[in-house]
Design a protein around this ligand. Sequence first.
Ligand SMILES: Nc1nc2c(c(=O)[nH]1)N[C@@H](CN(C=O)c1ccc(C(=O)N[C@@H](CCC(=O)O)C(=O)O)cc1)CN2
Length: 285
Amino acid sequence: MTAQILDGKSTAAAIKSEVAARVEALRTLGITPGLGTLLVGEDVGSQKYVAGKHRDCAQVGIASIQRELPDTATQEEIEEVVRELNENPECTGYIVQLPLPKGIDVNRVLALMDPDKDADGLHPTSLGKLVLGDPGPLPCTPNGIIELLRRHGVALAGAHVVVVGRGITVGRSIPLLLTRKSENATVTQCHTGTRDLPALLRQADIVVAAAGVPHLVKPEDVKPGAAVLDVGVSRDENGRILGDVHPGVAEVAGWISPNPGGVGPMTRALLLQNVIEAAERGTAG
Ligand SMILES: Nc1nc2c(c(=O)[nH]1)N[C@@H](CN(C=O)c1ccc(C(=O)N[C@@H](CCC(=O)O)C(=O)O)cc1)CN2
């Protein structure tokens, strides 16, 4: 078997054209949505991701507000920029690019953001709304994964999804999205304390690999025909991406997301959608 591709690039392109139409509609109301980003430090991956987000903004007509600090920035300096973005009327939604340098209290930074401008769905209020089932911005990567599956016709209802990882941007929240009534999946969450990961992976109809461990998911651990989403990003000595999924899995799985070209572009597209929805909410009532 050779897996069918869960094509993040073309799916993200489709979402971006939908977003562009919504930006145009907001313009007729005199509103120009603007995405703010705060990047702290010189991590090459984070720089690439932030650059990609602003490239996307230019494509769909969203204004860009970019803030950068060196990796020596203090908690207070970071929080000062967050306060400025909260007040900046040109910035209708923003993100703090993660990870932040060691020693910075990430939760304190996220909690300081104006929840009405949270474009990442990572503010405690947004995560609380997700738990309660209230509308609000959803975390971009989990939402992107669900959208990628939906737009390729991979059924979630009744599926057993095994999530590997418990990080703040994906693993922690994706079970909350997958177990909503609208998705109706059953989730097993695995992490470094899981006793027999291969045994659990072999039961999965869908695998979400978000551990950041190169080639953790091996062909012999995957049920034939399963859908496998490769979210983890490690880099080799030449800076090339090594995903969490061994390349041989493509011979066993029914569906596979390439990495790059799978979940990454979807994360960016769903971020744009969050920015537009925040701006649209601002026009309601
Ligand atoms: N504030 C946030 N920080 C981080 C998030 C997040 O959702 N919010 N997620 C990840 C990184 N991420 C988003 O910022 C992200 C990852 C990957 C891509 C992407 O487009 N990847 C390309 C490849 C790019 C390359 O060559 O390296 C692809 O997969 O095709 C975009 C965004 C951690 N931080």
